[in-house]
Design a protein around this ligand. Sequence first.
Ligand code: FAD
Length: 815
Amino acid sequence: MGWLVWIGLLGAVVVGLARLRASFLTWSLVVASGLLVAGLADLLAPLPGLVAWTVFLLVAIPLNVPALRRMLLSEPMLARTRAVLPPMSQTERDAIESGTVWWEAELFGGDPRWERLLRVAPPTLTPEEQAFLDGPVEELCNMLNDWEITHELNDLPPDVWDFIKQKRFFGMIIPQEFGGLGFSALAHSEVVMKLASRSVSAAVTVMVPNSLGPAELLLHYGTEDQKRHYLPRLAKGEEIPCFALTGPWAGSDAGSIPDRGVVCKQRFQGREVLGLRVTWEKRYITLGPVATVLGLAFKAYDPDHLVGDREELGITCALIPTNTPGVHIGRRHYPTGAAFQNGPNSGQDVFIPMEWVIGGQQNLGRGWRMLVESLSAGRGISLPALGTGSGKLVARVTGAYARVREQFKVPIGRFEGVEEALARIGGWAYLMDAARLLTAAAVDAGEKPAVTTAIVKYHLTEGMRRVVDDAMDVHGGRGICMGPANYLARVHQTVPISITVEGANILTRSMIIFGQGAMRCHPYLVREIRAATDPDPVAGAEAFDQALFAHMGFTLTNAARSLVYGLTRGRLAPAPVMGATAKYYQRLARMSAAFAFLADLTLLFLGGSLKRREKLSGRFADALSFMYLCSASLKRFQDNGQPEAELPLVEWACKYSLYQVQNALDEILRNFPARTLGQFLRLIVFPLGRRFRYPNDALGHAVASVLLAPSDVRDRLTSGIYCSEDPADPTGRVEYALRRLLEAEPVERRLRSAREVCPPHVAYDDWLDDLVKRRVVDAGEARALRESRRATRAAIDVDDFPPSRAHEAAADVAA
Ligand SMILES: Cc1cc2nc3c(=O)[nH]c(=O)nc-3n(C[C@H](O)[C@H](O)[C@H](O)COP(=O)(O)OP(=O)(O)OC[C@H]3O[C@@H](n4cnc5c(N)ncnc54)[C@H](O)[C@@H]3O)c2cc1C
């Protein structure tokens, strides 16, 4: 009993110190006091007491006495750090330093301050933004016929192009003073999400001018003249922009573009001006074939020193009217399943005056920084909205389809195998929307959260892939046969586009999320690297020592927190709420501490070589990402007022995320480069083993059930997408069938219990007439049954074509 009290006391002290983020010195003083008390209370026999004191003094004295610490620890470590620090190019440095850090830094640090998350204002639209969604966006959705766009026209129809321009869809991010809509990131996200639930081609067309491109670059870096000239014209759709970075030789490694602009003087519009002679070859450029203004990234050189001493100026961005002589643009690529405009462009020795450089001459060579800064916010809005729009569409329509489609006389959604897929769809739709909303709120609060936006770009497009694959399986042949009635196959075909653009996903996961996260979110790493690369060796050594000492306290605190939270299964961790979700906050805090500790030790052990260990880095990225998705789900539940009916969704999202975090950390430990160290770290990360489980069958059943019938929670889960109950509309006809089926269900049930079954040799309508005649059902009930049957048939129907058209359709699919 006495021992239990002492152990409890020890646990309380450790938790207290961990919560207070105690320094190494404080830890040392507390351990010394503990040993003293243990000695006085006769808890330690003389020999173990002597051993404990010796070990303690051997560690504590050298580390707490600055001169000794420097000699024994920080100077050798500084020398090693200087030797192993990988060389970093300016483009890498810019990418790492771009944007801000936000909630992800809390998760990275091991002790998330929940109030920081819960303080973020719940997402709200202004009345103007809501009116735009209810008016022009709804109207545009009604105009879109994706089969016509993707199969017949391979483009948006002219009236749709006109409508988009006239209603200023291309000017959502342009402030009202320049004639744009001046929308928040949330409103921008809502517009793209709704359009994506109708037509990916239309969503991408609208998204691109509002994402990383001329408008965004002009707003932040343009000269006043450039802003005044271009922004009103872009807002009204009088100019169609594109932005060209990628080329045949530079895809993911965009910093290596070979396109060049040489500073020179040339006659232009009747006078000699300073400018650049630009040569480039680009491909995959969205809106390129129809663009009137080409945003171009190239590397500027000044061999004749016309603007300064340097010859290599670096990546530069310029705006070039596409009717400039020498610009070759207009040919198209055909990205899989989509009909938005996309194609190559090139130019050979095209002269552009200096005022076409975005921001003018002073921005020569600043292009890369401009691009990564813009990307650090932009990639968190458009593609995540597109992925979530598809996810919500799939959740709504697949649930309805699984209810109306029967096999073996049972709705297929009631089979456990299908239910598993439906649970994943529902759970992921919740996770995706939560992360989308939280990230948009951060951007609206002025953050450019580079790591968070990489996380949502990756996971919300991967989530789209996952749910669309599941939806295809649930739909069977109904999802496969192409035609106007098919609302799924085009989404399925376009998934790889979202995966590839704005940072291809493999690269984003394995290189960017943790690579950038470690540099930006770790409280001491950058300080240590800066100190190690300080040109003044004395100041560098001093700064390095201080950072290292603080770092040791941080590591120790996270180790203690991880161990104690692990032993108590998170119960000692703080939770900012009461009720059913409190335990998920605690478990997340536990995983955050384990992550922080493991990340720290891995960085210490591998140093710069972690850059090449993409498998480890990818798993750290997964752990960090799922902690973010989990916290976003908790925040969403809180913002929604903790509705009881939403509990299965948030529980599924949390359990699933925590399970993924656990698996990622487990895989890191299993593959840790030093086996023994890995085993030791496991004791601290998982002291009681791996306790988190995949959401169980009962929870999966509850989530799947949300999708199978109309309800408030189903409406909330799929809110903001285009919804129709029009039996003439491809998705509307499935929803219509679901409603009719549910109306007829009580009568069907009554007939079944009265053993009234349509005989196999009798037509269904004749059987209904007979039932009316026999007064088993009345005329209204017969009508409901007939309409339910008819609507179900329409919902499960697929298109067929005369042989010549079928050949065309097949050719289209092959293309
Ligand atoms: C439909 C479409 C629209 C586009 N629109 C535009 C546009 O408007 N403007 C523009 O400038 N560009 C645009 N792009 C280009 C897009 O950004 C690039 O396709 C993307 O950067 C990837 O380049 P890549 O296709 O050459 O693939 P690659 O760079 O060849 O990559 C191939 C694979 O290797 C992986 N990979 C590469 N390097 C690493 C690494 N270090 N670690 C791990 N994995 C790695 C990638 O993740 C990817 O999976 C568009 C592309 C498409 C398909």
